[in-house]
Ligand binder design. Structure first.
Ligand SMILES: *Cc1c(COP(=O)(O)O)cnc(C)c1O
Length: 225
């Protein structure tokens, strides 16, 4: 297991670097976020020891159980935000990628202020019908303005999911819409690309890929509380 995940981390990182260079981009401009949902902390710890610097988690309870068992890592919340959990999310994570409505942003802003912190956030965009969450691109300007109105938040860019099970052209179109929306609202982080579509994402300008199964292996079944 040790060798598996360490080797997968190195192979994935160099595949990303190679694709970035092929697209004429600086590989240093692409952050690899490992997605640890429903993955055992022992396996995640090995990837961190092998060099993984950023970890994404989708479920607050699961993350709070696992984080104390891990070496230091930058922690990204990528799951759905319930406003009544905003304080715990702001206290647990370094970055929140999934702000898809003003109400969630206001709750996070208030929580960060109480903690005396500035919380980096991304605006979650919905660029595909297969995604249940996310702000419509035509409403992104309004949401960006609401987030910039929160003194304790720092809006750094956008996050989006590609269409699941779609062909490469449809995936690229969705990612290009995300890139275009980021260019309009402003920001430097374009968090697009997962295990099955990170190459299309890099070609569309991704600066941050979020990879679960291609790094850690198949997720365990069962509940994710
Ligand atoms: C699960 C998840 C990922 C990673 O998915 P993989 O297909 O395992 O790479 C990335 N982003 C979000 C928001 C997720 O929920």
């Amino acid at each position: 297991m040790r060798q598996d995940v360490e080797e997968r981390y190195r192979a994935l990182r160099s595949a990303i670097d190679e694709e970035a260079r092929r697209d004429g981009r600086d590989p240093g401009g692409v952050t690899l976020v490992g997605v640890g949902k429903r993955q055992p902390p022992e396996v995640i710890a090995l990837a961190i020891e092998a060099g993984l610097t950023d970890l994404g988690e989708s479920y607050l309870q699961e993350a709070r159980r696992k984080f104390p068992l891990l070496p230091p890592v930058r922690k990204h919340f990528i799951g759905h935000i319930q406003s009544n959990k905003a304080k715990a999310i702001a206290a647990t994570f370094d970055v929140v990628q999934s702000v898809d409505r003003a109400e969630a942003g206001i709750a996070l802003g208030r929580a960060a202020q109480e903690l005396g912190a500035t919380l980096p956030v991304l605006l979650q965009l919905n660029v595909t019908p297969s995604d249940r969450f996310g702000c419509r691109p035509d409403q992104a300007d309004q949401l960006a303005e609401a987030l910039r109105g929160q003194a304790s938040l720092r809006l750094e860019g956008v996050m989006a999911m590609g269409p699941l099970g779609a062909d490469s052209d449809a995936i690229s179109r969705a990612f290009e819409l995300a890139a275009k929306t980021l260019a309009r609202i402003g920001g430097s982080t374009l968090s697009i690309g997962m295990s099955g579509d990170w190459r299309e994402a890099l070609r569309a300008g991704s600066t941050m890929v979020r990879i679960g199964e291609a790094l850690f292996g198949p997720r365990t079944d069962g509940r994710h509380t």
